[in-house]
Design a binder for this molecule. Structure first.
Ligand SMILES: Nc1ncnc2c1ncn2[C@@H]1O[C@H](COP(=O)(O)OP(=O)(O)O)[C@@H](O)[C@H]1O
Ligand SMILES: [Mg+2]
Length: 275
């Protein structure tokens, strides 16, 4: 059995237009110290964008080696000093105490890393309740209880940070029920699925991974692309799941071309509901 970390082998990060829009949104929230809401359907790439923005892969690696910080990586510290962001995912049904302790610990640790890395940089540290952190991104924000929202609002008021809550469409409506919180929301950002040329770009990579070349001038390819676009709606996660099945069908049938029939056969093995 594969180790848990290898569970999802979904390829390298692609800097999509939506990711760039997210970066621009996060920069604005951070610069103006707003509360921002980011919402979009499951599987479009919100979590990955947030983690990427915070350089969270690197931060996690650094944090897991926390006790041996003598060996900590100065380039990671410098990267964190640029992003100055904490990325946090609350657990399901977590009590307020857990949220408070987790955030406190993450803010402390990342601030400390940044502080250590600042020797190499020319930025002026600003100390307040959140140390050197300028932005907190909370993923799966619908998991936050009312009490947790209240706590976060208080943290936001007491410290000079920006805050982004990431969630499913509809999260704005839920927040609108809490005027205290909602009145602090600077803006709301919709994260969209892949569209048009960008979808073709991602598909070309998938095709290549299967050892096939995508030629949009070829009618069969164009039909297959249209079928994939229709089935997945440009949703990253669905694309990956569909391609796992396409690969399987090609292999079983010893085929080398991705046709509309192959795509439909792949689709029939997947449970694709409303996302
Ligand atoms: N920019 C991207 N580049 C490559 N793969 C991506 C990208 N965005 C999303 N994915 C893929 O789609 C999957 C779902 O993305 P995720 O960020 O978890 O979506 P969401 O948080 O919106 O539900 C990821 O596991 C990843 O494999
Ligand atoms: Mg997510």
């Amino acid at each position: 059995m594969k180790p848990a970390s290898d569970r999802r082998d979904e390829g390298p990060f692609i800097a999509t237009k939506e990711h760039r829009r997210f970066v621009e949104f996060a920069n604005t929230v951070r610069r103006h110290r707003y509360i921002g809401l980011c919402h979009g359907p499951a599987g479009v790439g919100k979590t990955l964008s947030g983690r990427r923005y915070a350089n969270w892969e690197k931060a996690e690696a650094l944090r897991s080696a926390w006790k041996t910080r003598d060996q900590s990586d100065t380039s990671t510290q410098a990267i964190l000093a640029r992003s100055r962001t904490v990325f946090y995912t609350p657990t399901v049904g977590s009590p307020l105490r857990e949220l408070r302790d987790d955030l406190h610990r993450l803010i402390g640790r990342v601030s400390y890393c940044i502080d250590e890395g600042l020797d190499n940089l020319t930025v002026t540290p600003s100390h307040d309740g959140c140390g050197l952190i300028e932005l907190i991104v909370i993923d799966e924000a619908e998991r936050l209880s009312n009490l947790a929202l209240e706590y976060i609002r208080d943290l936001f008021d007491r410290s000079n940070i920006g805050l982004i809550l990431v969630g499913m469409p509809g999260i704005e409506k839920r927040m609108a029920r809490y005027p205290q919180f909602y009145s602090r929301v600077g803006f709301s950002h919709g994260y969209r699925p892949l569209l048009g040329d960008e979808l073709s770009f991602v598909l070309t990579r998938h095709w290549r991974k299967l050892g096939v070349t995508l030629d949009e001038a070829d009618f069969t390819d164009a039909q297959a692309v249209a079928a994939i676009a229709r089935i997945t709606g440009g949703n990253f996660r669905l694309l990956y799941r569909l391609f796992v099945q396409i690969e399987r069908i090609l292999r079983i049938n010893e085929m080398t071309a991705i046709t509309e029939e192959v795509v439909d056969a792949a689709r029939s093995t997947l449970l694709i509901g409303a996302t």
